[in-house]
Design a protein around this ligand. Structure first.
Ligand SMILES: [Cu+2]
Length: 276
């Protein structure tokens, strides 16, 4: 399991460790019981089997004890499901749209910055860049902020999966699915689409660059310029480029206006209104 760099991931690891201890104890107990029965009550050592049936105390115990064990696991499990579901106190909202085969990131409360993130093909990797995991434009986020993530898809079902941040959610066309993350340490975190979505399923990496609040402000200023002036087709050459629908890379205002008809965009707007 990858180390935790978010509180959600830390709780996932804690739950995993708790369940691991419980199942290990159960396995040892049941294994020892089986071994003892095979040794002590085999046909040689115990030629005349006992005729005892029913033992009320034992039967109540082997019903109640497993129920209690399940309750002990269910409480932290359900707590975690609701914890990772959404943040009630978002500092920033990012909309993530899955496409065949790249990710589109939108910052609706930061001037609607919108850009696409493509894989860097093998022959264009710089030294130190990871193969199949490096993206041309990483998802830049500030550290120690609650980031609300709203996900949808432009074509088929994708899945936004970043193991070390404890994020995994489907991106489904026509729906907006919410989750959140809080990155605790500056750095680069990698993920991948983990829902089979077509030929280049393995070539739509998620590269999250977590930076300090000041660096994020600096990036915002630059990104507002860069992604506002970019024209369709100006993205670096990538393997997925040929499959990209024309003009979808850096949508113009008209494209965005048209996108507002989509249910996902409407939900996003509604979510923002609730926030303010
Ligand atoms: Cu995908």
């Amino acid at each position: 399991m990858q180390p935790a760099f978010s509180p959600v991931k830390q709780q996932i690891i804690d739950l995993h460790n708790l369940v691991l201890v419980i199942i290990t104890l159960i396995t040892i107990f049941v294994g020892a019981l089986l071994g003892w029965v095979m040794y002590r009550y085999n046909a040689k050592r115990n030629p005349v089997p006992g005729q005892a049936t029913h033992n009320t105390l034992l039967e109540v115990a082997w019903t109640v004890v497993p129920v209690l064990i399940l309750v002990v696991m269910a409480i932290p499990s359900f707590t975690l499901v609701y914890y990772e579901d959404r943040t009630h106190d978002p500092d920033l909202t990012i909309k993530v749209t899955g496409h065949q085969w790249y990710w589109e990131y939108t910052y609706p409360d930061q001037g609607n910055i919108d850009f696409s993130s493509y894989i860097v093909p093998d022959d264009q990797l710089k030294p130190g860049q990871l193969r199949l995991l490096t993206a041309d434009h990483p998802l830049v986020v500030p550290v120690n902020k609650n980031i609300r993530i709203l996900q949808t898809s432009g074509d088929v079902i994708h899945s936004f999966f970043i193991p070390s941040l404890g994020v995994q959610r489907y991106a489904i066309p026509g729906r907006t699915i919410e989750t959140w993350m809080r990155v605790e340490k500056p750095g680069v975190y990698y993920g991948e689409c983990n829902q089979i979505c077509g030929t280049n399923h393995s070539r739509m990496p998620i590269m999250v660059q977590a930076v300090s609040a000041q660096d994020f402000e600096t990036w915002l200023v630059q990104a507002k310029k860069e992604f506002a002036t970019a024209t369709p087709g100006s993205a670096p050459d990538t393997m997925a480029r040929d499959d990209r629908p024309t003009g979808s890379d850096h949508p113009s205002e008209n494209d965005r206006a048209a996108a507002n008809d989509r249910p996902a965009a409407a939900l996003l707007t509604a979510a923002n209104e609730v926030q303010h």
